[in-house]
Design a protein around this ligand. Structure first.
Ligand code: MG
Length: 372
């Protein structure tokens, strides 16, 4: 279906975005980030994608600067002036680049948006989405004190968020969870260690197991599927892998080993929407629920996350919050807003369904690269 799409123009914008609140994980603190935005043009259609690489190689080895390098030297020459029948062909073309999933995802997302617009359909419909509202959770970074954390949790619950996720690291874990649980005995709560622990902490996780957590996210090293499997046998709380799952291949291994009972899917981490959907589908067949994770995206990346979160096996609230959770002004309109019931409505227009504020991006960008 549809006609061939020729990529006639590629633009990359480097846009500085200031976060409303500094975001601290076991890796460090982010306050300002440069966001890499990719746009692909065909005829009078434009598709948009976003790279989730950070400033430093902490969550992933990719950084803003390596992403731009891979884009300029390798991805642009692979796709410019080329014709593609569908996103699968596009994905196969760029798959010759090993790894570098975040920048490949940005290109593939932009192509999906272009493709969906060429068909006049919302992206989520094309992906097989089954809902028009997605459940939104909030992820709260490490704070200066437990009181400050509790104030933030109160603020987000008052806004309507239904699930709270807190970041933990050695020294900021069991006492934090104990006090948060005492204040909020019923709130759906999960913790994310961002790989900050190892198997020597097993008794700590056995202790955390008593606090009725929805899940414990990525306790151990991202390459260590075996120790995660060992821990999962010792605790009832589901382990959810994030950093470990870079592809369908690793998802299969983690499920086979029993290292994970829930998967956090991030399109940037796994190399795009096709890989995300493949992991989703594989997990669904094995009754492993998934949810969609976030990486402080602007509205463009957020729109892609929202589309993915409509898939049927997304059975936990997502780390996909409203635009104003992170930024004073977003780069799309309308901005993503939180509904009273703790959901975000899925835009119904063609492609990502939100308008990209192109003038705003061009004005703010500190670098713009163009190929045509
Ligand atoms: Mg995580």
């Amino acid at each position: 279906m549809g006609q061939k799409l020729k990529v006639e123009k590629v633009d990359i914008f480097i846009v500085p975005m200031e976060l409303k609140y500094p975001f601290t994980t076991s890796f460090g603190t982010e306050k300002k980030r440069r966001v890499v935005i990719v746009s692909l043009e065909s005829g009078d259609l434009k598709g948009w994608g976003e790279c989730t690489a950070g400033e430093g190689p902490w969550y992933s080895y990719e950084t803003v600067d390596t992403a731009v390098h891979i884009a300029k030297e390798f991805l642009v020459p692979l796709v410019l002036k080329q014709e593609f029948n569908n996103p699968t062909e596009f994905y196969q073309r760029i798959s010759v680049v090993r790894g570098n999933n975040m920048i490949k995802a940005a290109f593939e997302e932009a192509f999906w948006d272009l493709y969906a617009k060429s068909l006049g359909k919302p992206l989520y419909v094309l992906l097989g989405g089954v809902r028009t509202k997605i459940f939104s959770g909030v992820s709260i970074g490490i704070k200066g004190s437990i009181d400050e954390l509790i104030r933030h949790i109160n603020m987000y619950l008052n806004m309507g968020y239904r699930r709270i996720k807190i970041k933990i690291k050695p020294g900021w874990d069991i006492e934090v969870v104990r006090q948060v649980r005492r204040q909020f005995p019923e709130t759906p709560l999960q913790v994310d260690a961002n790989a900050a622990y190892d198997i020597s902490y097993i008794t700590l996780f056995e202790e955390l197991d008593k606090y009725n957590l929805l899940m414990i996210e990525q306790p151990f090293h991202y390459e260590d599927l075996v120790d995660h499997a060992y821990l999962q046998k010792r605790i009832g709380t589901p382990i959810c892998l994030d950093e470990s799952i870079h592809s369908i291949h690793l998802a299969k291994a983690a499920i086979a080993l029993g290292s994970t009972r829930v998967i956090n899917i991030k399109p940037g981490r796994v190399g795009g929407i096709i890989q995300s959907k493949e992991i989703h589908d594989y997990a669904k067949e094995r009754n492993i629920p998934v949810w969609i994770g976030g990486m402080l995206e602007s509205g463009i990346g957020r729109a892609h996350l929202v589309a993915l979160a409509t898939l049927p096996n997304v059975r936990y609230p997502n780390d996909v919050s409203a635009s104003d959770r992170y930024y004073h002004e977003d780069i799309v309109e309308p901005e993503f807003k939180l509904n009273k019931d703790g959901t975000i409505s899925v835009p119904n227009g063609p492609g990502i369904g939100v308008e990209v504020k192109e003038e705003f991006i061009e004005e703010k960008a500190i670098d713009i690269f163009e190929w045509s």
